[in-house]
Design a protein around this ligand. Structure first.
Ligand SMILES: NC(=O)c1ccc[n+]([C@@H]2O[C@H](COP(=O)([O-])OP(=O)(O)OC[C@H]3O[C@@H](n4cnc5c(N)ncnc54)[C@H](O)[C@@H]3O)[C@@H](O)[C@H]2O)c1
Ligand SMILES: CC(C)[C@H](C(=O)O)[C@@H](O)C(=O)O
Ligand SMILES: [Mg+2]
Length: 357
């Protein structure tokens, strides 16, 4: 298979973790007979510095022509002045909107070896296998903003069509898993959430084989910590999904572990770890590359239809964790390169009988 992959390293640890993901994809291409063509483009703070625009026109054109986009992270203290006109994060939000990737899939699994790193007791973590589906191109992130000297507003706006399409994606995904959807809103207070809930109830009729429950976001924040194994697919709006998934990362042991896939109507997708540019550790070669590497696996599965290769990467990551080659955020001492090299070495090993079954 031939594929064009646009790589947007971005800021902070972004270049370190995308380099790791690209080297894993190169290994897959070489060993499975694929031709992946990579091209790097600017986004975020470094694009503001080089081009005066967090999403330069050239970057957007290449992303729209690519089969998939792999992104590191954007942002950092040097571009975080509240009065700044241009912000790195605007580039990422515009890219998501321009690509029409309205459904952001964020899987959360807990490797038993990492359970001690979680704030929860191991018995609560057994069987945790969540898939968050976060609406990605609507809500407060994209509503009108106003600002005077002492007042600011961010409009939260959702249309029925925006809610329906992300819900359908969540229900469809639930059919490939545990057939349970939890829809998270704040319908006791917010009008957008009341529209969300009404729409969910209607869309659920199209999926009679999938169980639906509603949960208010504040109690969901607690339930994620008290009974995380009770959930399967969790679908929610943009802002709630952003916050709940960072919380869920603590269950897995580190923000550095969680991947994501942002999908629209076609097969082209945007793939990025859920973490940010981690300015506190950038440039030191210690960032955990596994979230980015697992995002590359999602790219193979969702944009290139290479499910076997995707599973091979996921199994290799599991083996590396099992073997205890861990970066510092996971209590180990491996650097980014060592962790990446261990994944590539594990890819070359034969699958265990259990994995092959
Ligand atoms: N998708 C994105 O590009 C994205 C996502 C989140 C935050 N951001 C931006 O990143 C900047 C920093 O934000 P923040 O500090 O709140 O969040 P962050 O995710 O960058 O970092 C939070 C903490 O997690 C650690 N961490 C994150 N990723 C890690 C990894 N791969 N390996 C090891 N440790 C890791 C960091 O060292 C830090 O202690 C901000 O400008 C923010 O807007 C960007
Ligand atoms: C950087 C920011 C715009 C982004 C978001 O909130 O979507 C990040 O936090 C994420 O989770 O991808
Ligand atoms: Mg976030």
């Amino acid at each position: 298979m031939k594929a064009r992959i646009a790589v947007l390293p971005g800021d902070g640890i972004g270049p370190e973790v995308t380099a790791a993901a690209v080297s894993v994809l190169r290994h897959i291409a070489a060993h499975h007979g694929h031709e992946f063509e990579f091209s790097e483009h600017a986004i975020g703070g470094c694009a503001i510095d080089a081009h005066g625009d967090p999403l330069p026109a050239e970057t957007l054109i290449v992303c729209k022509q690519a089969d998939a986009v792999l992104l590191g992270a954007v942002g950092g203290p040097q571009w975080s002045d509240p009065k700044a006109k241009l912000r790195p994060e605007q580039g990422l939000l515009r890219l998501r909107a321009e690509l029409g990737v309205f459904a952001n899939l964020r899987p959360v699994r807990v490797h038993p070896r990492l359970a001690p790193l979680s704030p929860l007791k191991s018995e609560r973590l057994a069987g945790v296998d969540l898939l968050f589906v976060r609406e990605l191109t609507g809500g407060a992130y994209f509503g009108a903003k106003t600002r005077t000297a002492d007042t600011a507003t961010d409009e939260t706006r959702y249309t029925t069509a925006e809610i329906e399409r992300v819900l359908r994606r969540a229900f469809q995904l639930a059919r490939t898993r545990g057939r349970r959807v939890t829809s998270v809103d704040k319908a006791n207070v917010l009008e957008t959430s009341r529209l969300w809930r009404e729409t969910t109830q209607r869309v659920a009729h199209e999926f009679p084989d999938v169980a639906l429950e509603h949960q208010l976001v504040d109690s969901m924040a607690m339930l994620l910590l008290t009974r995380p194994a009770a959930y399967d697919v969790i679908v929610t709006e943009n802002l709630f999904g952003d916050i709940l998934t960072d919380e869920a990362a603590a269950l897995a042991g580190s923000l550095g572990l969680l991947p994501s896939a942002s999908l629209g109507e076609g097969t082209r997708g945007l793939y990025e770890p859920i973490h940010g540019s981690a300015p506190d550790i950038a440039g030191r070669g210690v960032a955990n590359p596994l979230g980015a590497i697992l995002s590359a696996a999602m790219l193979l599965r969702h944009s290139l239809d290479l499910a076997e290769e995707a599973a091979a990467i996921e199994q290799a990551v599991d083996r590396v964790v099992e073997a205890g080659v861990l970066t510092r955020d996971l209590g180990g001492s491996a650097g980014t390169r060592e962790s990446t090299a261990a994944v590539i070495a594990a890819l070359s090993e034969r699958p265990t009988a259990q994995e092959a079954a």
